[in-house]
Write a protein that binds this ligand. Structure first.
Ligand code: ZN
Length: 864
């Protein structure tokens, strides 16, 4: 053997430089012994390379599915919807040609299973419905690639085995749940792949740039949006979900490179207690099919650990409480094409193969357990009614007179979940609260969706386990900030007609010849969008910081703090333009604009008062880039951009020292680590604030602001254990439980608010449900006027809090204003627009953006 040859062999086995093949034959992926129809193109024939050799873009995957649709009488493709970036989202309905010929009837019979009022269909002779969803996290791409091979197998395999499978099942393939994220990821790994594949974890290929491909366009985790339904991907999916009500739903993910393969069941003690017991048994039986199939390939795997189905907004949890069974699969990630791991080089084809294997074992399991899965669906509809009959809460009443838009937005979510909602037939009183029939709705607990209704409305505070994979509470009316009440007596007497759709009623505007000004209340959800339109058009707007009563064209009216006043006399020739814009605002933003005939108010401040402050158009930048939490930044970006039409410039923290920061008046620092913000950036930020601008720092950004002395706020600390006090010994195995139980897993807590503060304009209740997304709590400011949102002394409303954490939060500050010279720094300890459905607190953030400029700097000075 020559020295040269020895060196070559060394290079091949040396870690980091080993040549790795990612080219595999089709037989590597698919079951042995099957015959395939030559008329169906293999993925390799279609793409010009084998699956796993390069990363497929969603449009390539969809093109292949469309080709199968043309060539195979087992396939029917529909476009479910479009993503934010207008990519199509598709669903393939795959079943036997005979079933396709009868598909409308099959679907109609299938839906009868979930309807206790319908006669029972014959489960012995019905196909089972299996939904297979791939790569909701776009950078967990082995799932979507597996779907291509599963599709080929289902279209091309020939013989009695596949005929029996397709006769017994209707398979719904959703090859890419998150095409925008998959596109970002595929572009990155393909662009950084050499002709020779390398497996070094240090390669750019395996280290995506911020924000990565996990999330959707606005950096939301779509595997948390099954419940809030705030994104087009989720809305398209839920519509098809209820068109089919699958018996089994598979959810294909990736996890750390050094792990193996996971399938559910997860941790039993962390299952949502509303889950019917049958789900666990069925999941366990399915697990035997996965284990057997993976044993045959020699793959390592595990179940019963790591993951849980507590939060109902995840793909594997949602089906469990809506009549089906959801199963999570997690495969060790190769990220790019191949990567060194603790068990050797993990190739992309290997990762893909495990998801193909689990997909096919799921189908075989569903085929074998068909009748039991169908019976389970029927039984869960009936047991839901039985549980409702036994439950003390017979239903819920909800609705808000002061902001009917938020009520409709919440109603819309309920209706998308196929929850039965009825109009309120007469006034319902609950303690001091009166729900008027015009603005109210009733949700009877006794309905097939009882479990979901309960999951969305309950306020659970006791748990079997103190650790959570995701949040511990999500009570829908608290998130939307819509008043609600539990009904323990008869619901029937309040239940009016069934509601079909949510309708946002237009506002109202009529131009008046004698008007000196128009006044718009600040309560309506989309009032900030109205103000943005006015300011963008160069119209002068004044904000009343005190209330006043005025005679309007529709009679005398009380206007609260935050009222938007558009004076006409000082705007030159713009009267016509203003009136046209207010007409648009009334319809598009659901805001009422009243004509005021005189500047002299009946009560309170007059229209020329120094308590009406002129407002400037905010020019907003959000720091987004390496170190910043993409999820947190995305929520804020989405809120301003999508909901309120406010232009947002996204700036990388590392370049802050070099940009023209003077072009902005509001700068937002989402939660994250700002070590990338250099001294030039920090200095320029300080100068900019001092000039009178508004900086908004959220969650962990507060730690950076405090350590760089931009704010005088201090973060509340836990009472430290005494230095000489040695803790008692604890079992090694329980370390995680002891260490992590003090974390805040995402919990709903109670806050007290100062309704006179500009950050709270538009609110009308002295307390507010807040989502605690971080462990941060502020010490109260030395100025008594500068902490307008603080936690109450007994803060827990819903979810889990360790007793130590409860006392840390009690009485602490949540939102605080600081000043530097002429500028304001507003800090918020938690995410105000959490997962885009926390409309209840998102206004505080909008107020910070819009009204930060009018907060008196003197209000933050300590009392002498
Ligand atoms: Zn995932």
């Amino acid at each position: 053997m020559t020295i040269l040859r020895l060196a070559l062999i060394f290079a091949l086995i040396s870690p980091g430089f080993a040549q790795v093949s990612v080219k595999v034959p089709l037989s590597y992926y698919l079951p042995t012994g099957a015959a395939y129809d030559p008329a169906i193109p293999t993925p390799e024939a279609f793409f010009g390379f084998q699956v796993g050799e390069r990363h497929l873009q969603p449009d390539q995957i969809h093109a292949y599915f469309r080709a199968l649709d043309k060539l195979s009488d087992r396939f029917a493709i529909e476009e479910m919807g479009r993503t934010h970036e207008h990519r199509e989202i598709i669903l393939a309905v795959v079943t036997s040609p005979e079933n396709h010929g009868n598909i409308a009837k099959i679907r109609e019979e299938h839906l009868r299973l979930s309807d206790p009022s319908a006669s029972a269909p014959d489960v012995e002779h019905m196909p089972v419905v299996v939904w297979m969803g791939y790569s909701v996290h776009g950078n967990e791409a082995s799932g979507s690639h597996a779907s291509v091979l599963v599709a080929y197998y289902l279209a091309a395999a020939r013989g009695p085995e596949i005929d029996a499978l397709l006769g017994a099942t209707v398979v719904l393939l959703n090859p890419s749940i998150n095409p925008d994220g998959l596109n970002r990821f595929a572009s990155w790994v393909n662009a950084n792949r050499g002709a020779v594949v390398v497996a070094s974890p240090d390669s750019r290929e395996h280290n995506e740039p911020w924000p990565g491909g996990r999330t959707n366009h606005y950096w939301f985790d779509l595997n948390r949006d099954w419940m809030p339904l705030q994104h087009p991907e989720s809305r398209a999916r839920i519509e098809r979900y209820y068109e089919w009500r699958p018996n089994l739903l598979t959810d294909h993910h990736e996890m750390g490179t050094n792990s193996t393969f996971f399938f559910q069941p997860g941790i039993p003690s962390r299952n949502n207690p509303l889950t019917p017991p049958g789900v666990m048994q069925l999941t366990q039986r399915l697990a035997e099919f996965h284990a057997k199939a993976l044993d045959a390939t020699g793959a390592l795997y595990y179940s019963g650990e790591s993951y849980d189905d507590f939060y109902v907004g995840k793909g594997s949890s949602y089906p469990d409480i809506t009549g089906g069974v959801g199963v999570l699969f997690e495969q060790a990630s190769s990220r790019g094409h191949a990567q060194e791991s603790s068990t050797g080089v993990l190739t992309f084809p290997y990762a893909i193969r495990n998801h193909v294997t689990a997909s096919l074992s799921s189908l075989r399991g569903a085929q074998a357990m068909r009748v039991d899965l169908l019976k389970h669906q029927r039984e869960s509809a009936f047991s839901a009614l039985k549980l409702a009959d036994q439950a003390p809460v017979k239903g819920y009443v909800f609705g808000s007179k002061s902001d009917p838009v938020r009520t409709q937005l919440m109603l819309d979510v309920l209706l998308r979940h196929k929850i039965e909602v009825r109009r309120l037939s007469k006034t319902y009183r609950d303690g001091g609260e009166a729900f008027e029939s015009e603005f109210g709705y009733v949700l009877p607990a006794r309905q097939p969706q009882y479990r979901l209704v309960t999951a969305l409305f309950e306020r659970r505070t006791s748990f079997e386990d103190s650790l959570f994979y995701d949040v511990s509470a999500w009570t829908l009316p608290l998130a939307f900030g819509v008043p609600y009440a539990e009904v323990r007596g008869s619901v029937q007497e309040y239940a009016g007609e069934k509601v079909g759709t949510a309708v946002i009623v237009s506002g109202r505007f009529t131009p008046a010849q004698n008007a000196v000004a128009y006044a718009l209340p600040w309560q309506p959800t989309f009032a900030p969008r109205a103000v943005e339109r006015l300011l963008e058009a160069g119209i002068q707007v004044r904000i009343a910081v005190r209330s006043f009563d005025a005679s309007t064209s529709s009679g005398p009216k009380a206007f609260g703090p935050g009222t938007v006043v558009v004076p006409l006399g000082i705007q030159g020739e713009k009267r016509g333009e203003i009136e046209n814009l207010l007409t648009t605002i009334a319809t598009s933003d659901a805001v009422v604009a009243d004509a005021v005939a005189t500047g002299m108010s009946d009560n309170g401040v007059d229209l020329g008062s120094p308590n009406l402050l002129s407002l400037k158009l905010p020019k907003v930048a959000i720091l987004a880039g390496s170190g910043v939490s993409a999820i947190d930044a995305g929520e804020l970006w989405h809120e301003l951009d999508q909901r309120f039409g406010i232009p947002v410039v996204l700036i990388d923290p590392a370049s802050l020292g070099r940009v023209n920061i003077g072009a902005f008046t509001v700068l937002v620092m989402p939660g994250g680590n700002y070590s990338a913000l250099d001294s030039a950036g920090c200095a320029s930020l300080i100068r900019w604030v001092e000039q009178g601008n508004t900086l908004i720092g959220l969650e962990q950004a507060i730690e950076w602001l405090v350590s760089h002395r931009l704010v005088g706020a201090s973060i509340k600390k836990r009472p430290e254990a005494k230095r000489d006090e040695v803790p008692p010994p604890r079992p090694y195995a329980l370390e995680n439980e002891y260490r992590d139980a003090r974390n805040v897993p995402g919990t709903i807590v109670n806050g007290t608010v100062d309704l006179t503060h500009p950050l709270l304009f538009g609110y009308d209740r002295p307390t507010m449900a807040l989502f605690k997304s971080s462990g941060l709590v502020l010490e109260m400011s030395k100025s008594p006027f500068a902490t307008p949102v603080r936690f109450t002394d007994n803060p827990l409303i819903a979810g889990y809090l360790h007793t130590d954490t409860r006392s840390l939060i009690a009485g602490g500050g949540s939102v605080q204003v600081n000043t530097m010279r002429n500028g304001r720094i507003i800090v918020m300890t938690d995410a105000p627009t959490f997962r885009a459905f926390w409309y209840g607190t998102s206004r505080i953030f909008l107020n910070a953006v819009m009204f930060g400029q009018i907060i008196r700097t003197s209000s933050t000075r300590p009392m002498q």
